[in-house]
Design a protein around this ligand. Sequence first.
Ligand SMILES: C[S@@+](CC[C@H](N)C(=O)[O-])C[C@H]1O[C@@H](n2cnc3c(N)ncnc32)[C@H](O)[C@@H]1O
Length: 403
Amino acid sequence: MPSSAPDLTVMAYGALASLKAAAAAKDKTKPKLFSHPKVDIIDIRRVEVETNLKADIVSQFCPKEGPRKLPTLLLYDERGLQLFEKITYLEEYYLTNDEIQVLESSAKEIAGSIPSESMVIELGSGNLRKVNLLLQAFEDAGKSIDYYALDLSKQELERTLAQLPAYQHVRAHGLFGTYDDGREWLKDPSNISRRKCIMSLGSSIGNFERSAAASFLKSFSDVLSHGDTMLIGLDACNDPAKVYHAYNDKEGITHEFILNGLRHANRVLGQAAFHERDWRVIGEYVHDAEGGRHQAFYSPVRDTTVFGQVIRPHERIQVEESLKWSPEETRKMWDLAGMTEKGKWMHGTEYGEQPAFPFTHITYIPIFRRQLGSARFFLSLSLSLDRPVNDDFTQALPHVLTF
Ligand SMILES: C[S@@+](CC[C@H](N)C(=O)[O-])C[C@H]1O[C@@H](n2cnc3c(N)ncnc32)[C@H](O)[C@@H]1O
């Protein structure tokens, strides 16, 4: 039963196939391809994504006060997702490679903590090669799982889901819509009564400002019940050069990905408001009182007029930020979100905690259980010795609840 606790990448298929063949040679995580005659995609949109986006473009570009911005969502149209997929194969983009290593060594243990018959919902699924490691672990364990890949492009959901292996125990579905649509869909009685794990990989949470990230997680706890979990991939790299190059690769693919956002904006607006030749991308790593992060901006190369306003070459219009998470910032986020960390799988050493290795990085995936507001429950959960040796937190939970 639900708890009543408080709120808490376009190219032709042939070109893509050759990219995949090249990448597969150096990527042993590539799933074996099977063709699926039909992929199950559920349209969960309440409003056309483009409708909100149009209003957001104008309001963020012409704010009543503060700096001009453009919505990060602009980056993820069909072509944007395909370009992002290319990014994930870049040597500089350590995030994907590190997270794959975490999953390769820990997928079995993580899968062991998610019970059979669960729904596993991935927010912003993108390319499915990472999650496939976890799906394979469910399959190997013979666990019956409904996996839902949620993302913004129906065509990309169809393409990526069709590339998953044909599992016996894991059923894969697509959810076409936004994060907000997904949260509403999960409130449907037929979904809310089911055991679930909500996942966010690739440090997508880092695209939110820190307090907004906590609020985002908190809002999803509305659809969680006792025993449900969240699995969050976070980037904690604090090496300025490493972070900078991850988002400013030498082949220029990331800048192409960012510039594609302007094409998407023109399509949404129904007019050529932005002329691509007038714009360049500027990336920067910042570490200040707000913590470490990479920021991507559009900047005109000459005076250019948008919505009747002249934008000068010194102006910068932020479209994306990718926050990095220190242990303190991470703990604060879990606290604000009302979540209790139940497990952590890391790559490398912990951000800032090993002065001898000041620029090491980690990707870690904490798995959460909802904190129910009772200090005793919270303390009991910290008694991890109570956990069965197989680390199945769901089995430990009833014991904890007897307090
Ligand atoms: C940084 S990429 C990560 C993709 C993938 N999870 C990975 O780890 O490689 C962010 C993903 O979230 C999706 N996304 C971003 N904002 C979204 C929103 N508001 N609703 C649904 N999906 C969103 C994007 O389309 C993209 O697939």
